[in-house]
Design a binder for this molecule. Structure first.
Ligand code: PMV
Length: 327
């Protein structure tokens, strides 16, 4: 067994298909150049100590009991998914040791950028190195996905999938992850409303609407599936105009199922008026982030317009690197 190991995994944006993916539709997802880094160290005692700068919490588990060190009463809830990954990997390795997990991340939390999944994926990969469990990428994805299920009740798995594989993928629940060959740069501006929201609550809201208006919501979701399918050709050929147009249509469908709100709308409209090819909320909605696709020479204008409309903007690009070992 090694003394320590470090791994990192990227954040993501959902280009198309959020929410609908929970109910079996396709989602198109992109890994972006912000990462979570996790260092795993072996301990001489049996404690499992977890410290995260991302959620400002720290504490340790001993004999399945949690002792908070930072972050007060919320610390356990925040660290629980990582503890699940650690227990899973320790059980797989049959090693009776303690570990220290140190998480540092530049990904905004609870904003729809997949921060918790990136942390879970990087944790699984760092522990796999440390404990020499020899997991495949798919098994790392699985371990992180199981942990994600603790954070939000009914996740689709799209977040841990893109954090594991990187690049651009088409994801559909229960199907093999499809990597898409995308040469185009996909210049994006991300606008953060800075409003934290619970993905679980937003997912529950859409589920409730679907139960009450099944035929209406099924048709909205079917249209969402057609949009994702249309985007695949546009992505492969680098046709950013078409991509922008279908992003706008996808945003309208998300609005229809009640997951947009006024702050998001303000940023979306500001981006479009500043010349974006398309703009939409990304992730669960109800706050969190929106994305705007724009030609390179318009990126600064779009970012400025988003800031003027009250958001925090940053320009980003896709990254091909999924989870990776850092040492
Ligand atoms: O907001 P995020 O990044 O947690 O993304 C949520 C995406 C949903 O489709 C709304 C939920 C899911 O599990 O796919």
């Amino acid at each position: 067994m090694k003394a320590q190991a470090t791994a990192s995994a990227p954040a993501k944006v959902i280009l198309l298909g959020e929410h609908f993916v929970v109910h079996g539709g396709p989602a198109i997802v992109l890994a972006i150049d912000k990462r979570a880094t996790v260092k795993a160290k072996a301990r001489t005692d049996r404690k499992i100590r977890i410290r995260s700068n991302a959620v400002k919490a720290s504490g340790y588990y001993l004999n399945n009991r949690f002792y908070a060190e930072e972050g007060g009463e919320d610390a356990m809830e925040k660290l629980e998914p990582i503890y699940a990954v650690v227990k899973d990997l320790l059980a797989l390795s049959s090693k009776r040791v303690g570990v220290s997990i140190d998480i540092s991340s530049s990904i905004p939390v609870a904003a729809g950028l997949g921060s918790s999944a990136a942390v879970a994926v990087a944790s699984a990969a760092a522990l796999d190195q440390l404990l020499e469990t020899g997991l495949t990428k798919d098994e790392i994805f699985r371990a992180a996905f199981d942990a994600e299920k603790i954070v939000h009740g009914n996740p689709s798995g799209v977040d841990p999938a893109i954090s594991t594989y990187g690049g651009v993928i088409m994801y559909r629940r229960g199907e093999k992850i499809k990597k898409l060959d995308v040469d185009a740069d996909l210049p994006l501006v991300i606008g953060d409303t800075k409003i934290e929201r619970s993905t679980g609550q937003m997912v529950a809201h859409v589920g409730d609407l679907k139960r009450r208006y099944p035929s209406v919501v099924d048709n909205i979701m079917r249209a969402g599936g057609e949009i994702a399918a249309t985007s695949v050709e546009a992505l492969k050929s680098g046709d950013l105009e078409t991509l922008g147009e279908v992003m706008n249509m996808n945003h309208a469908l998300l609005y229809a199922v009640g997951v947009s709100n006024e702050p998001l709308e303000r940023l979306v409209y500001a981006a479009r008026e500043a010349g974006a090819l398309g703009a939409k909320l990304t992730g669960a909605g109800g706050g969190g982030c929106m994305i705007a696709l724009a030609a390179k020479e318009k990126l600064e204008d779009v970012a400025e317009a988003i800031e003027e409309a009250g958001g925090e903007a940053f320009i980003t690009r896709k990254t091909m690197d999924g989870v990776r070992i850092e040492g």
